[in-house]
Design a protein. Structure first.
Length: 86
């Protein structure tokens, strides 16, 4: 199989596992879901990364990961401010 298909399957299985555990715990939290998705995406990107050539889809995935990291920073800052103002 191609790396793209394997990456899509891996992230889909990862998200399904996360969703199942959240449903079993009866605690659906989008922030936790997002952070776990980002961790899975970063792991897949690291495993797929090539040393000498960069396919176009990898460049776009890295942009998505960078946006996810920025959003993660916003979530962390929001949580810190929430703790400080309580």
């Amino acid at each position: 199989m191609k790396k793209k298909i394997l990456a899509v399957l891996a992230i889909a299985i990862w998200l399904l596992i996360i969703s199942m555990f959240m449903l079993l715990a009866r605690s659906i939290d989008l922030e936790i879901f997002f952070v776990l998705w980002l961790i899975g995406l970063l792991v897949i990107l690291e495993l797929m990364d090539t040393r000498f050539s960069l396919p176009p889809y990898m460049r776009y995935l890295k942009y998505v990961a960078a946006g996810g990291i920025l959003l993660f920073g916003v979530i962390v800052i929001g949580k810190v401010l929430e703790i400080l103002y309580k």
